[in-house]
Design a protein. Structure first.
Length: 316
């Protein structure tokens, strides 16, 4: 008998996922995690922030498929057996949405969107000096699928793009830096930093004061700008807040935080030089992504490694 597919989601409406999976794989009898659910035949879970303790209640569990690009919400749990496979989402729709958000934020800072919106409120007509994209050095931290796509799209607009990764990567047409030894050179040539790293023990808290102070100070925008759509755990939020307040950073756009939802009392809400979005850079769409989950399950059952199979030691 084909094992059942469980949808284990918190913070999202699960009904759309249930309808889509039921249409695609009715033989797997998709069901929602909830009181009274029969979990005895569940072999695969499509998950995002699944309820605590859920996975330890699944005696036949073979694999967990993250419904987002990140898997830190799974790797930090203690209810997943060591032999259970974890798969992260790699899909053109998710990648495209992340690049849309990254390009939007780069352009909004570059084209002085906040200042023009302020002028509109005051009915003030004044054209500010505008440098060309070719005068701006954008740095991408993280050269996986998401980072490479964003780099290509930003380069197509004329920005001078370079990338940094923990291990060396050769990418045609892209200036690349790697490791601790390459980080300082990368930061020193970067006016706008776009962060698309996975959260691992090595990257936890990497966005700290020392990193902010290493960014270029001679750029056309008068100070460095940080854009983070990776994970909230990448940033030391006390350092980020202080850097935005004391001018170490000119501005920031932050989509992810260590505590989500961001508490109403957080000082980030009130910072005039910080754009806050509610972990909305790349929304997961059931119609676009459910097919990828189904394809990954099929690959696993054929004994193949699907795209996005996670190496737990590396953290992605």
């Amino acid at each position: 008998m084909t094992g059942r597919l469980l949808i284990g989601i918190s913070g999202w409406d699960p009904e759309g996922w249930l309808r889509r999976f039921t249409a695609l794989v009715p033989e797997r009898r998709p069901l929602l995690a909830g009181p009274g659910a029969d979990l005895s035949e569940v072999t695969h879970v499509a998950a995002w922030q699944a309820p605590a303790g859920l996975f330890s209640r699944l005696p036949r569990l073979e694999a967990i498929l993250s419904l987002g690009a990140g898997v830190d919400h799974l790797l930090k749990r203690d209810d997943i057996a060591g032999d259970v496979k974890i798969v992260r989402m790699i899909d053109p729709d998710l990648t495209g949405r992340m690049s849309e958000w990254s390009v939007w934020q780069v352009l909004d800072h570059h084209r002085q969107g906040r200042l023009y919106r302020d002028q509109q409120v005051r009915a003030h007509w004044y054209e500010m000096a505008q440098p060309a994209a070719s005068a701006v050095r954008v740095g991408i931290m993280g050269l996986g699928v998401l980072g490479l796509d964003a780099a290509a799209k930003l380069a197509s607009l004329g920005f001078r793009v370079a990338g940094w990764s923990r291990t060396p990567k050769q990418v045609g047409g892209l200036e690349t830096h790697a490791g601790a030894e390459g980080l300082s050179r990368f930061l020193a040539r970067t006016d706008i930093l776009v962060v698309l790293l996975p959260l691992t023990p090595e990257t936890d808290g990497i966005l700290d004061r020392a990193l902010f102070e290493g960014l270029a100070r001679d750029g056309v925008h008068g100070g460095p700008i940080v854009i983070n759509a990776g994970r909230g755990g990448l940033q030391n939020e006390a350092d980020l807040l202080a850097a935005l307040e004391d001018g170490t950073l000119k501005a920031a756009s932050i989509d992810v935080f260590r505590t989500e939802p961001l508490p109403a009392e957080s000082p980030f809400w009130g910072l005039a030089n910080c754009t806050v979005t509610p972990h909305a850079a790349a929304s997961s769409d059931p119609d676009a992504l459910a097919g990828q989950v189904v394809a990954s399950i099929a690959a696993l059952e054929r004994g193949e490694a699907p795209a996005g199979l996670v190496d737990r030691l590396r953290g992605y």
